[in-house]
Design a binder for this molecule. Structure first.
Ligand SMILES: Nc1ncnc2c1ncn2[C@@H]1O[C@H](COP(=O)(O)OS(=O)(=O)O)[C@@H](OP(=O)(O)O)[C@H]1O
Ligand SMILES: Nc1ncnc2c1ncn2[C@@H]1O[C@H](COP(=O)(O)OP(=O)(O)O)[C@@H](O)[C@H]1O
Length: 184
């Protein structure tokens, strides 16, 4: 969101990865987190699954619950960023208006669209959930029976069906404040 690349040394960046289940958010955020830690950068990873087990335990997948989840993540990301931590968020965060609202309140946030077509994520079916969702066994499953509002002007658009993990990381590094050759 922010175009300010010369931010205060005290304010951490927030890289917000949004996209369908199985698009590659956790894979990319996890790998980038490792690179940041190796480079000595103070970083935190707010991953959909971990957040839902702890910060958002008990929330479901209605629009209201997803929005609450996304707002909570944004709140924690803001607290961390205020203390100079680079924050990687990995959450479907399907609603454009809520993403906009949350990201606009963060001092230096980047919206990253982790994008693969439904066909690809269904083939990957990392957790076996698409099979169940397509069989009608999971109600309100994002992309199948629940909306995903794709970013219209993301700071970075990664087609994970066309790019390798390594190619995606190359594009992510500058946004995370890492030199492009780190980790290559
Ligand atoms: N109905 C429904 N729709 C989408 N996803 C579902 C659903 N039920 C469970 N799951 C699992 O929950 C993970 C998504 O949680 P998030 O917190 O990222 O979602 S959201 O941002 O609040 O919309 C998501 O994990 P990821 O695959 O990591 O995205 C799924 O494993
Ligand atoms: N360019 C890529 N970026 C990220 N993941 C990729 C890419 N290409 C293939 N994959 C694979 O896609 C899957 C993505 O799963 P995951 O990271 O759990 O998605 P999400 O967190 O969005 O639900 C992994 O099995 C990963 O190895």
């Amino acid at each position: 969101m922010s175009s300010d690349h010369h931010q205060s040394q005290y304010t951490g960046r927030v890289l917000w990865l949004t996209g369908l289940s199985g698009a590659g958010k956790s894979t990319l955020a996890g790998a980038l987190y490792q690179e940041l830690v190796s480079a000595g950068v103070r970083a935190e990873l707010l991953d959909g699954d971990g957040v839902r087990e702890n910060l958002s335990k008990g929330l479901g997948f209605s629009k209201a619950d997803r929005d609450t989840n996304v707002r909570r993540i944004g709140y924690v990301a803001g607290l961390l960023a205020r203390h100079g931590v680079t924050v990687l968020v990995s959450a479907i965060s399907p609603y454009a208006q809520t993403r906009r609202e949350v990201l606009s309140q963060l001092p230096s946030a980047y919206e990253i669209f982790v994008d693969a077509p439904l066909e690809t994520v269904t083939e990957r079916d990392v957790k076996g959930l698409y099979l169940k969702a397509l069989a009608g066994e999971i109600a309100h499953f994002t992309g199948v029976s629940d909306p995903y509002e794709a970013p219209t002007a993301p700071d970075l658009h990664l087609r994970t069906d066309q790019l390798s993990v390594a190619e995606c990381l190359e594009r992510l590094r500058p946004l995370a404040g890492l030199r492009e050759e780190v980790g290559v």
